[in-house]
Design a protein around this ligand. Structure first.
Ligand code: SAH
Length: 252
């Protein structure tokens, strides 16, 4: 069996209990060394072989995983955050399907959850935003026409940008071109959320690039944007004494 595991956003105790157990049982681990905290390798057994996928191709990764499996061993492919987001796991799973090799997936805490925790923020606030757009600025990997950043920015909801820290001038332009955010709309750059070296940089849409430059943040950061970072919101109906719902009668 091959296990795809979400490592979580960084802190070594933010992997799931299941993920940590599977790491402990693995004979081989292929991990994304550029993003996964190497401290997570503390969970492995001594005899486990470790490969850093940063310098490997898809074909090489599949070969290491399948060789282990054919020899009767347990192989783990460790991805940062949750593997379902920008994890490139589909292409690996499709190869394994072609080869008739069984695998499973253990989810992880995504960096966008780690960033909200670092910000001590809630992405979905009544009367502010009830949706979160997770997207990226187009770079060398193209983005489908209907998902260009300026289109996504036309909603004005909470937005979390992955893989875009090197393109912040364009990000600012595109966010403003969407028409729903202004130059003063609150934004934040969260660098290495949940890692010991985490940085939380609060700014606005028009100061994203400058803030990243001044703080030498060029990668491994998320950009969050929207009114959820502001001070205005309405309290929830769920815990409102005047509101009756399936589990509680209104008390006044
Ligand atoms: N599957 C991962 C995302 C992988 S894409 C997840 O669910 O989190 C890699 C990008 O994720 C990085 O370029 C950066 O934008 C973001 N990222 C990953 N870990 C991060 C962290 N701890 N803090 C901030 N951003 C992070």
């Amino acid at each position: 069996m091959i296990h795809f595991i979400g490592a979580g956003p960084g802190a070594e105790d933010l992997i799931t209990v299941r993920g940590a157990r599977l790491l402990g049982e693995a004979d081989v681990i292929v991990y994304a060394g550029s993003l996964v905290n190497p401290a997570l390798l503390h969970y492995k057994k001594e005899s486990c072989k470790v490969y850093d996928s940063a310098g490997m191709t898809l074909e090489q990764v599949i070969e290491v995983l399948t060789e282990t499996e054919r020899a009767g061993g347990a192989a783990v492919r460790l991805h940062t955050g949750d593997p379902a987001l920008y994890g490139a796991i589909r292409e690996q799973m499709d190869r394994l399907d072609e080869l008739g090799i069984a695998y499973d997936v253990t989810p992880g805490v995504s960096a966008f959850s780690g960033a909200a925790a670092a910000l001590t923020a809630e992405y979905t606030l009544p009367r502010v935003s009830q949706s979160v757009i997770i997207t990226r600025m187009e770079g060398r990997t193209p983005v489908p026409e209907g998902e260009k950043l300026r289109k996504m920015a036309s909603h004005g909801c909470t937005m979390v940008l992955f893989l875009s820290t090197g393109l912040l001038e364009q990000v600012e332009q595109e966010l403003l071109a969407g028409g729903a955010y202004g130059p003063d709309t609150p934004a934040a750059i969260v660098y290495k959320a949940t890692w010991p070296e985490q940085k939380v940089l609060r700014c606005t849409v028009s100061t994203l690039a400058k803030t990243a430059r001044e703080n030498q943040v060029t990668r491994t950061a998320l950009i969050t944007v929207g009114g959820f970072l502001g001070t205005e919101y309405e309290r929830s109906k769920l815990y409102d004494p005047a509101f009756t719902h399936g589990y509680r009668e209104a008390s006044k």
